[in-house]
Design a protein around this ligand. Structure first.
Ligand code: FAD
Length: 380
């Protein structure tokens, strides 16, 4: 189904058209096969980089495309509608460029054109095996030794782990809690930075996360991003914006599920009629469509606040919460509309259903989003 969009510029319409062509030509034909094989499509990310789609919300002076966040999110949404793992990869890469773009030294920022152009793929390493939600309690330690920091610990669930060229590693350089955390930018080639076997995931198998073990990994001290012990603020700011990327993945995925379910309901006949003609099915489709529109509106409202330079953190949490819960419901209903055919891998909706689940977990579980929203209601 074509979604009516009001975009802020002619350039944005062209960008979405280009994205649609790439999504249909390059992503759609490969998604099912790559998900089945669990193969990471690095070349697809290069293609997206060459098309200028990997640095969209960053300034042109840094090698980005200078696009408003609301445009970037709609690009992600279109990518997600054809292959959500790719949209999530773009979202994680965009998030991974944030620390250097916003807090990097002049020297670190020299890498930005290669990062934003997609020659260098990024990873964001906050979670650890003993805790993801309570990130301020992380245990990976970095100890200053001469001109280096020496890192020891394990980072868990790292998207692009083993494929990335640079890793933002959040690690403890000071005392306990959020005030003792720094952000270090490590090259993939760092001795002692050891990506482990990828996890065997329910969905997003083509971009499965991997643990990263750090064993006396030496990262030069000039790779500290921002101030020592100032890393937690960087991590949280990156996540505020990143959560909107996850909301966009959810909206695109749900739209794909609805489109598939609606087309199926039109064709499939029972009792001598297309099943879409039964109110029980038609109303389900109507609710799916309404929920998707509501999630898209919430996501774009938060993005417009960000684009206007206004606080957007709570609105981003609401958008992530609502859009990802919505995607879980919509993909579940899409399976229902297809009946038995929804439960087998001959049709993509069972994959959409598996893929939706993780969006409720990553970049802060939906319980954590509710905590963020509840806190904002009671803050003085
Ligand atoms: C496919 C995938 C990709 C990922 N990619 C990355 C990545 O690139 N980088 C990265 O750093 N991390 C990544 N993650 C990790 C992800 O962010 C964490 O899994 C998530 O933050 C939850 O942490 P946890 O798994 O340790 O669960 P836990 O924190 O142990 O939570 C378990 C359950 O308890 C609930 N809970 C915890 N605390 C509270 C509370 N205070 N109130 C109410 N409920 C609570 C949670 O909501 C959850 O339901 C990825 C995870 C997956 C599955």
């Amino acid at each position: 189904m074509t979604v009516e969009r009001i975009l802020p510029s002619d350039e944005a319409y062209e960008l979405l058209e280009l994205t649609r062509e790439i999504a249909e030509g390059e992503l759609a034909p490969r998604a099912a096969r790559y998900e089945e094989r669990g193969e990471f499509p690095r070349d697809v990310l290069r293609t997206l980089g060459q098309a200028g789609l990997l640095g969209l919300p960053y300034p042109e002076a840094d090698g980005g495309a200078g696009q408003p966040y609301e445009v970037y999110l709609q690009v992600l949404e279109l990518l997600a509608s054809k292959w959500v793992a790719i949209a999530e990869a773009v979202s994680v890469h965009t998030l991974s460029c944030f620390p250097v773009a916003a807090f990097g030294t002049e020297r670190q920022r020299k890498s930005l054109p290669d990062m934003l152009g997609g020659d260098l793929l990024g990873a964001y390493c906050l979670s650890e095996p003993q805790g993801g939600s309570d990130a301020a309690n992380l245990a990976t330690r970095a100890v200053r030794d001469g001109d280096d920091y020496v890192l020891n610990g394990t980072k868990a669930w790292i998207t692009h782990g083993g494929h990335a060229d640079f890793y933002n590693i959040f690690c403890r350089t000071g005392g306990p809690g959020a005030a003792g955390i720094s952000c270090l930018l490590a090259d993939a080639a760092t001795p002692g930075l050891l990506p482990q076997k990828p996890e065997r995931t329910m969905g997003l198998r083509s971009s499965a996360p991997a643990p990263i073990v750090l064993e006396d990994a030496r990262v030069p001290a000039d790779r500290l991003v921002g101030e020592e012990n100032g890393g937690f603020r960087i991590a949280m700011q990156a996540l505020d914006a990143g959560r909107l990327g996850i909301a966009a993945c959810a909206v695109g995925l749900a739209q794909a599920a609805l489109d598939h379910a609606a087309a199926y309901a039109k064709d499939r006949t029972q009792f001598g009629k297309p099943i879409a003609a039964f109110q029980g099915v038609g109303f389900m489709l109507a609710d799916m469509a309404t929920q998707i529109s509501a999630a898209r509106a919430l996501m774009l409202a938060a993005a417009r606040l960000k684009d206007a330079g206004r606080p957007f953190s709570t609105e981003a949490a609401k958008a992530k919460l609502f859009a990802t819960d919505m995607a879980m419901k919509v993909t579940t209903d899409a399976v229902q509309v297809l009946g038995g055919y929804g439960y087998v891998s001959d049709y993509p909706v069972e994959r959409y259903f598996r893929e939706a689940k993780v969006l409720q977990i990553v970049e802060g579980t939906n319980q954590i989003q509710r905590m963020v929203i509840a806190r904002s209601l009671t803050r003085d």
